[in-house]
Ligand binder design. Structure first.
Ligand code: NDP
Ligand code: 2IT
Length: 459
């Protein structure tokens, strides 16, 4: 046995100090506040655990996990409909392949920087570990803004983006998927270009359409999974979503299928949002209204304010929906969309459960309010893992060259969300009995990756 793995700690052995660790991280990664925020939350949970299990410290696992295996930056040049040359930045952060090929989405949004992809890739390490499937972690994308672009422009951009990305990905190397601004249309263009360049039909992307290797339930998986996770947390307290008012943000892929599963389970969703504001439908969003939203957002690519005109609901411009009372809350748009003041208001108005469909939507101060108020709080890396989990099952189906039925995949999704809940619970209990799922998810996600890294030796 390596001397590094021997327990217990030797007398006088140094422990890992949280403040020193964070100071060092910030010094080495300046100007990356979202990355710092994501690491801070994990380090806070994991450092006490590392100090109880010195092999993780001796192997410098946390110090290594925060450093991506590889960061790829490139130029994407394409021509718009007026033949004008456009230049965008392309990114792929290959974070960790300790437990499987790099795996994670692509985000196309004008606000992104390397910081964005490092925070998302880092979160993905722990999320993918929790899914129980063999997937490492990566994240990428571009500052390209699909909003207001024609289909032809989106196609030319995707082809140019893939022309560079192709050399870095592969079904056993790195398997990208969708995220903000990357849905079925973009994945199709990206996949088509990959196939053209390589002359290979492989499972190199997930979230594909059903005609060319996609999995049933992948489109629904993130939203459905976030609601299943909420239901698991509630079940633990003898409660359920049935009859509860639910506040949802966003109106994209995750928000749409969150609303759909809330409806299946008898809850009452009353809000949706986009970057222009939110709608409040006090009568509740029904399946019929939701189908209209899917067409609005996925086909006509319109604004959520149109819902208010169509169904006589309220539209509140420039605001997030956190002023609306709801026992269950599903932040499903973007990072840091819910702050301390919002959290206080939600708790005051009777919120008992938060399940994060988005990645890091609650600020650290908001998370603190939820935890201090003993709200059931499912952090994104656990609550929204259903999406990447079904991506993992899409990879499996592609390798086997067959397709599972809807029922089969949805049953597996439910089982995976229950298993994620159970893994988190194992490490979540505080002295007063409260289940702190932030701590639970971070420690449970860490262990599998860390043990694999130790097994490989120092590299
Ligand atoms: P979509 O692009 O389908 O939808 C994004 C939604 O969020 C839109 O309503 C959009 O409004 C809104 N939004 C995006 N950026 C901002 C912003 N800066 N300020 C306000 N609103 C914003 O993306 P998804 O639904 O796929 O992703 C939503 C979240 O879920 C993200 O955090 C993503 O990382 C996370 N996630 C997604 C998974 C997936 O499988 N798709 C899996 C796990 C997590 P507008 O149209 O006006 O920009
Ligand atoms: O944040 C995420 O987990 C995703 N955007 C989905 C990634 C995937 O590979 O399906």
């Amino acid at each position: 046995m390596s001397t590094l793995t021997q327990n217990p700690p030797t007398a006088g052995e140094k422990v890992l100090d949280f403040n020193e660790f964070m100071a060092h991280l910030k010094e080495r990664n300046p100007g990356q506040p979202e990355f710092h925020q994501a690491v801070h939350e994990v380090a806070e949970s994991v450092i006490p655990f590392i100090n109880e299990n010195p092999k993780y410290r001796r192997y410098k696992i946390l110090e290594r996990i925060v450093e991506p295996d590889r960061t790829i930056l490139f130029r994407v040049t394409w021509q718009d409909d007026n033949s004008e040359v456009q230049i965008n930045k392309g990114y792929r952060v290959q974070y960790s392949n300790a437990i499987g090929p790099y795996k994670g989405g692509l985000r196309f949004h004008p606000s992104v920087h390397l910081d964005t992809f490092k925070f998302l890739g880092f979160e993905q390490v722990f999320k993918n570990s929790l899914t129980t499937l063999p997937m490492g972690a990566g994240k990428g994308g571009s500052d390209f803004d699909p909003k207001g672009k024609s289909d032809d422009e989106v196609m030319r951009f995707c082809q140019a983006y893939m022309t560079e990305l192709v050399r870095h990905i592969g079904k056993d190397t790195d398997v990208p998927a969708g995220d903000i601004g990357v849905g079925a249309r973009e994945i199709s263009y990206l996949y088509g270009q990959h196939k053209r360049l390589t002359n290979r039909f492989t499972g190199v992307l997930t979230g594909k359409s059903l005609e060319f290797g996609g999995s049933l339930i992948r489109t629904e998986a993130t939203g459905y999974g976030a609601v299943y996770f909420a239901e698991e947390m509630l079940k633990n307290q003898g409660k359920s979503i049935q009859g509860k008012q639910c506040v949802v943000s966003g109106s994209g892929n995750v928000a749409q299928y969150t609303v759909e599963k809330i409806l299946h389970l008898g809850g009452k969703p009353v809000t949706l949002s986009d970057s222009s504001g939110f709608i409040y439908d006090k009568d509740g969003i029904t399946q019929e209204k939701l189908d209209w939203v899917k067409d609005l957002k996925n086909v006509r690519r319109g604004r959520i304010s149109e819902y208010a005109d169509k169904f006589g609901a309220e539209f509140i411009p420039g605001k997030t929906p956190w002023s609306i009372p709801g026992e269950c809350v599903f932040p499903s748009a973007t990072q840091n969309e819910l702050n301390e003041e919002d959290a206080r208001m939600l708790v005051k108005n009777g919120c008992i459960c938060v399940s994060e469909g988005a990645n890091m939507p609650s600020t650290p101060e908001a998370v603190k309010v939820f935890i201090q108020s003993k709200v059931l709080f499912g952090p994104g890396k656990a609550a929204n893992a259903g999406g990447v989990a079904i991506s993992g099952l899409e990879m499996t189906q592609n390798s086997m060259r067959l397709s599972w039925s809807r029922e089969e995949v949805e049953t597996k999704l439910k089982q995976i969300m229950t298993s994620i809940h159970d893994q988190c619970s194992k490490h979540a209990r505080e002295a007063d009995g409260y289940l702190n799922y932030v701590k639970g998810a971070n420690i449970a996600g860490f262990i599998k990756v860390a043990d694999a890294m130790i097994a490989y030796g120092v590299m």
